[in-house]
Design a protein around this ligand. Sequence first.
Ligand code: MRU
Length: 349
Amino acid sequence: MKIKSLGLENIRSVEWDHESQSIRMIDQRLIPFKISFLQLNTVDEVCEAITEMAVRGAPAIGATAAYGVVIAIKEIENLDNCDKKVKLDGMFEQLLTTRPTAIDLANFASLAYQTAIESNFSLEETLLKAENLADEMVKECIQIGINGAELINDGDTILTHCNAGPMATIDHGTALAPIFKAKEQGKEVKVLVDETRPRLQGAKITAWELEQEGIEHHIIADSAASFLMSKGQVNCVILGADRCLKDGTVSNKIGTLSLAVNAKYFGVPFYSAFPWSTLDKESKSMEEFEIEYRNEDEVKYITSSEDKILIANPTSKALNPAFDITPAELITGYITPDGILNKEDLSKK
Ligand code: MRU
């Protein structure tokens, strides 16, 4: 992993454990308090890890779903071919419905499923496909880092939102990859980390990843971002994406839209970084897929490693949309494995 401290250099946040023939992942709910691993042996366990966000981040849940198809093949090993197909289809559906917004999940699971069918339910071939998808995505993240670093000048302060680092992409990251690369190139970079209410992926995971890489950063309340932009304290905003349409519209963690509106108002360049598994080549509009709404407890309670503390009026209801939608006119450019693209470039992909 990009993060070399804590003995993490030779692992990914999600990977296939060849010895136990199961998925091994870092439980992201416990970062930064604990590095703890989960071992997933059944499709039910894989689905629970995704819905409960032990694994999160669009590319990481994509890789998990591809490995989930391999787990499904293991589970149906002893059935006859006709039953195998019915059972596999059911488990594939179950994987697809775990989290609806990030397209990487459907893209990777579908490719692994296709290989499973074409290879007559071969475990080896489906696993090889899942491994290739994961490897290719990590390579793309490395390239995103190289391409995106060109946008960062010595002394810049970058604002980021949610977590789009190594944990979210199994390695290297998308939004954080250019920052890591710029630092490697000897540039001095500072990062403002949106805490990212309600689940605090920024305050917990992004801040921890930046610290491991020795990058100067401050966690800020989400509501502080526009004030800091107005004071000229942000040179550029870089964040990830959970789904990007070919017209350049991006769905990403809730709060992205207000950052984009503010960045436009204050003239701060605003970039979305993603690998090709995040491109939705089918949907013509954001109405064609679901924005995930999560449990209201995420808003009403703050969760640490073990404690869950009520911080709101107990009897009030809460609304918890997990993602929002940012139109292309608010986005300066897209940091991709193929370079810094504009929306016309994306429409040709
Ligand atoms: O709900 P999450 O934590 O899975 O949401 C993740 C994000 O919104 C990330 O910014 C996005 O997946 C890009 S990750 C490289």
